[in-house]
Design a protein around this ligand. Structure first.
Ligand SMILES: *[C@@H]1O[C@H](CO)[C@@H](O)[C@H](O)[C@H]1NC(C)=O
Ligand SMILES: *[C@@H]1O[C@H](CO)[C@@H](O)[C@H](O)[C@H]1NC(C)=O
Ligand SMILES: *[C@@H]1O[C@H](CO)[C@@H](O)[C@H](O)[C@H]1NC(C)=O
Length: 398
């Protein structure tokens, strides 16, 4: 997220305003070339560097104004390798991001001095092979920890136990999670990202995260979810299961989260039958993406309980048609519908969609290409739903 920011800041720096703010002497030309410093009105200093000599940077920060508060220390594309004990002594910083820095080792005392200060620690895209539990242990104000894209393989019981994290990102590590890996985070954790971590099932221990609002399980190899899989997560509002290997959802899989879940993505799984029974209790759902599965038909009653649905994605399924009866109760709530692919027949059975576009302000999109919307009749293949004439020859094939 900060990358465009740093690029923009570097341009500004070239135009000269930013570098005046850096807390080191003007003759440290190499640092001025690699870093941008800014002090937004009312905020502490932020220092953002790339291709920088890290030890020189730390030396300059320590020497400049000892104990000058830093809002952000962001270093990317540099070589850090290890963070020794006391490396931040006299550098009181609230937010740290070191990415693409070949960081492999963090000493137990690395964050000494930051115990009551550090809020965000982003160490994504490095070479860490373990969660640095000992080094993190005393960071009592830490809210966000991002260890995505490292080489972590095992997360032990209590790895984060003494922390009060709100956000934990472990995405893109090939993980084995011990049963108690998340213990201690039950009351604090709101956002957990386990995307692309090689999971084959829902990890034991996530189900007691009672404050969790966002759970990202995308790009794993999950084939099955147990009964009441999420029932301990009574605050869950968004669940991402896209790009897994799910074929069937148990009728009771969402028991316990149906009063909170408002967004569910099942994009790109192997679901052949719409999970009507599982969805029957999902009265709060507003966004459902079940695109790019194997659905061949939609039962008339499949959306019946979902009276708040505003976005529904069905594109990329081998669906020949959409029955208006399944949608009639959603005419005043549904704002977006994704639909289309080579199986869709644009005959009078889907004329109602063109009517909703005209009369109910429905937006129709599709992530499919060639054809994007209608597979047949052939002369409709390069048209959008907006180009289909509601009254005219749209009835062909009926
Ligand atoms: C880091 O450096 C590599 C190679 O020079 C480059 O491809 C990449 O875009 C850089 N990343 C950032 C965040 O600047
Ligand atoms: C992930 O780790 C497992 C063993 O824990 C191993 O069998 C598998 O090959 C690894 N996958 C990748 C992509 O490294
Ligand atoms: C959630 O499910 C229970 C039964 O499992 C049901 O009584 C309740 O009405 C559901 N809530 C919503 C919002 O649909």
């Amino acid at each position: 997220m900060r990358r465009p920011v740093i690029a923009a800041l570097l341009v500004l720096a070239a135009a000269s305003s930013g570098r005046a703010q850096c807390p080191w002497p003007r003759d440290m030309a190499d640092l001025h070339g690699s870093c941008v410093c800014a002090r937004p009105a009312g905020a502490a200093l932020s220092v953002q560097c790339q291709f920088v000599d890290f030890s020189r940077l730390l030396g300059a920060l320590r020497a400049a104004v000892p104990n000058q508060e830093l809002d952000l220390l962001y270093v990317t594309n540099s070589t850090i390798r290890s963070l020794p004990s006391n490396v931040f002594a006299n550098i009181p910083v609230q937010n740290i991001q070191f990415s693409d820095c070949d960081l492999e080792a963090i000493a137990p005392g690395a964050f000494a001095g930051l115990e009551s200060r550090l809020r965000n620690l982003n160490l994504a895209s490095n070479g860490l092979t373990d969660v640095p539990t000992e080094a993190l242990q005393k960071l009592k104000r830490l809210e966000l920890l991002d260890l995505s894209k490292n080489r972590i393989e095992y997360v032990a019981d209590g790895a984060f136990k003494t922390l009060s994290l709100q956000t934990l990102k472990l995405a893109d590590n090939n993980l084995t999670l011990s049963g108690g890996a998340f213990s201690g985070l039950d009351k604090s954790l709101k956002n957990l990202n386990l995307k692309g971590t090689g999971l084959r099932s829902l990890p034991e221990g996530v189900n007691s995260l009672s404050s969790l609002a966002f759970l990202d399980l995308a790009q794993n190899s999950i084939t099955q979810l147990p009964t009441a899989a999420f029932a301990g997560m009574g605050s869950l509002t968004a669940l991402n299961l896209e790009r897994n290997l799910i074929q069937v959802l148990e009728p009771t899989v969402f028991r316990g989260v149906n009063d909170t879940l408002s967004s569910l993505s099942l994009l790109n799984n192997l679901i052949a039958d719409f999970p009507t029974d599982a969805m029957r209790i999902m009265g709060r759902l507003r966004v459902l993406d079940i695109g790019f599965n194997l659905l061949t038909e939609l039962p008339d009653n499949c959306l019946k309980s979902m009276t708040s649905l505003t976005l529904l994605a069905l594109d990329g399924n081998p669906l020949a048609t959409l029955p208006e009866a399944a949608f009639s109760h959603l005419r005043s709530t549904l704002r977006g519908l994704s639909l289309g692919g080579r199986f869709l027949t644009c005959d009078c059975r889907v004329r109602w969609i063109a009517q909703w576009i005209r009369d109910a302000d429905l937006q129709v999109t599709s992530r499919e290409r060639n054809p994007q919307f209608c597979g047949s009749p052939p002369d409709f293949r390069d048209r959008t739903f907006y180009q289909l004439n509601v009254e005219g020859r749209f009835g062909r094939g009926s």
